[in-house]
Unconditional design. Structure first.
Length: 321
């Protein structure tokens, strides 16, 4: 009877720890787990995994790693779910080294990381600007015969873009669509940024139109990527048209967007449009930075030598600075 009572108490404690995981009460989960130890109640993988999940949701990554070590010390073998919770805790705290260490331990323990494992590891490497590691993990995921998720593909596209490998980025985006996956707004923005690197402004505008066609929300990041692509491709008219659409739709314009639009004008020496954008910035209460002023001066360079510009346009320009 006493044994049955202990078993019942363990079940109750396990259920309580699971409830803590669902309610972000990680400290209480640890107290319950400690109580089980002091009460000589048997812990199993499910109960320990629930405690790790609770700590992961509470971003208590150090406690997560300690619980994982305790499991292994007591002879309990963490499963894929356990490791994914631990990896999630490290990702939230941006500890990419621990994330990769846990991924390696899984493989050494003959556990196959799943899509969730790779998504998390790829994401934290991208955020930590580890472009080569991001792409290596993406390759590992494919070699493990796992179907990459939209999240993993988007991260790889961004890594290709950052490495200047824009053609591979666009090829991967095309592969996403051919595989039947639905790219999200982040995927499109990453592909547009790749177009910007390759001065493929027509492709960027096509992606922009595709986003509208499938009903995805266009945000500042999307517009900026498109305007940048037009700027690098010296398609200043398209850049200004996108900028005007943003103003018409009431989107909040920031210094970065103005900088991209002014840069597009500078590349085509559109000094009148440059001055108009500077005036618009001031009216919007935005303060141009040194880079924007330098770009504007470069746009006006050829006209600075003209008498009519020196007497009229340039004096107006200087008064705004």
């Amino acid at each position: 009877m006493q044994h049955e009572g202990l078993q019942l108490d363990a079940i109750i404690c396990g259920a309580a720890i699971s409830a803590c995981s669902n309610n972000d009460a990680w400290e209480l989960a640890l107290q319950l787990l400690a109580g089980m130890h002091h009460g000589s109640l048997q812990k199993d993988v499910i109960i320990c995994s629930a405690a790790i999940s609770a700590c992961s949701k509470g971003e208590a990554w150090e406690e997560v790693l300690q619980l994982l070590a305790d499991m292994q010390h007591s002879g309990l073998q963490p499963n894929v779910i356990t490791y994914n919770s631990a990896i999630a805790a490290c990702v939230k705290s941006e500890h990419w080294e621990e994330t990769l260490r846990l991924l390696a331990i899984m493989q050494q323990s003959c556990l196959q990381p799943d899509v969730i494992s790779y998504d998390a590891a790829i994401g934290v490497c991208l955020k930590s600007q580890l472009w080569d590691k991001t792409l290596q993990l993406f390759t590992d995921m494919q070699q493990a015969r796992l179907d990459p998720s939209v999240i993993a593909c988007t991260s790889a596209i961004s890594a290709f873009e950052r490495k200047g490998r824009w053609e591979e980025a666009l090829q991967l985006f095309a592969d996403i669509r051919h595989s039947g996956l639905q790219p999200d707004a982040h995927s499109y923005s990453a592909a547009m940024s790749a177009c910007s690197k390759g001065e493929a402004w027509e492709e960027a505008l096509q992606l922009f139109a595709d986003m509208q066609h499938v009903g995805l929300q266009l945000d500042i990041v999307t517009y900026n990527a498109s305007i940048n692509a037009c700027s690098n491709g010296e398609a200043w008219e398209d850049a200004l048209q996108l900028f005007a659409v943003m103003q018409h739709d009431g989107l909040q314009l920031d210094t970065i967007l103005y900088s991209s639009a002014i840069n597009a004008c500078e590349r085509s020496k559109r000094w009148e449009d440059t001055l108009q954008l500077l005036a618009s910035m001031h009216l919007a209460g935005l303060k141009p930075n040194a880079i924007i002023y330098t770009t504007a001066i470069c746009a006006c360079e050829e006209h600075l030598r003209r008498k009519e510009f020196r007497n009229e346009g340039f004096s107006s320009f200087v008064s705004r600075m």
